[in-house]
Ligand binder design. Structure first.
Ligand code: CDP
Ligand code: CDP
Length: 222
């Protein structure tokens, strides 16, 4: 009869949130919820349907019309079509912060995310999990790393997959997205006052995961 907790992981692009969130969830037997994939899916579908990214009413109607599903293996589906790889493409990354800055979009996404976290036993990553989605999460971490390190991580991922990749371009795109996410009016990217900040610049994936797991264990014992 161990306590079931909510673990909130926030931070800027490529700080390692999803990589460590998956490991932590697996170790704990919790569900991992990738909230970025929800905003990316809507953005992908908006682009695909040639909807004006400034037309809030049409975007909201569209959000209510489509079905976004994420399965236990992190495969993402829009109306049954597997879009797991498509939502990571550059064009989506470039437009997602604009879509995610729309108050109405956030309100609907947060509602869905809170429903998923209702019964706890979740590891959720994003930008506003500790501040808005699960403000009463038992464990909150805020992952950061230098922009150089984060750009190199994304670059290495592209190279590994055999994709064309320009390190300086990635760095510019990451900086731009972080700025938009941090400066938007509704629930911006921000460390919650009670979140533990972890600088992952020179840490391995396992070191970061172990740090979070020890925070969880401490909380379970308290
Ligand atoms: O993995 P990466 O850091 O590249 O991005 P992501 O976690 O997939 O999130 C993509 C974008 O969705 C972010 O840049 C934010 O604009 C938005 N997002 C958000 O606003 N709030 C969240 N809870 C999660 C993502
Ligand atoms: O979810 P977020 O955008 O914060 O980052 P990610 O998609 O997990 O990407 C981080 C990348 O950096 C992955 O390729 C990881 O293998 C790598 N990495 C890491 O996540 N954590 C470290 N401490 C070192 C490297």
């Amino acid at each position: 009869n161990e306590r079931k907790l909510a673990v909130a992981i926030d931070g800027p692009a490529a700080a390692g949130k999803s990589t460590v969130a998956k490991i932590v969830a697996k170790k704990l037997g919790y569900v991992y919820i990738d909230t970025g994939a929800m905003y990316r899916s809507l953005t992908y579908s908006v682009i695909n349907n040639q909807i004006d990214i400034n037309d809030v009413d049409v975007i909201m109607n569209h959000l209510h019309e489509i079905q976004i599903d994420i399965d236990a293996d992190q495969q993402v589906f829009i109306d049954g079509e597997n879009v797991t790889d498509a939502i990571r493409k550059d064009e989506v990354s470039k437009n997602v912060s604009a879509i995610a800055s729309i108050a109405e979009v956030r309100e609907e996404m947060v509602k869905r995310q809170q429903k998923l976290a209702e019964k706890r036993a979740v590891v959720m990553d994003g930008r506003d999990i500790g501040t808005h989605v699960i403000p009463d999460a038992e464990v909150k971490v805020f992952l950061i790393a230098s922009v150089e390190e984060r750009a190199e991580r994304r670059h290495a991922e592209n190279v590994n997959k055999g994709f064309a990749s320009d390190l300086e371009q990635i760095k510019r795109d990451i900086k731009k997205r972080d700025k938009m996410d941090s400066e938007r009016e509704v629930s911006p990217l921000k460390k919650a006052d009670d979140a533990k900040e972890i600088d992952t610049t020179s840490l391995s994936i396992d070191e970061v995961a172990d740090t979070i797991l020890s925070l969880v264990n401490n909380e379970m014992r308290s």
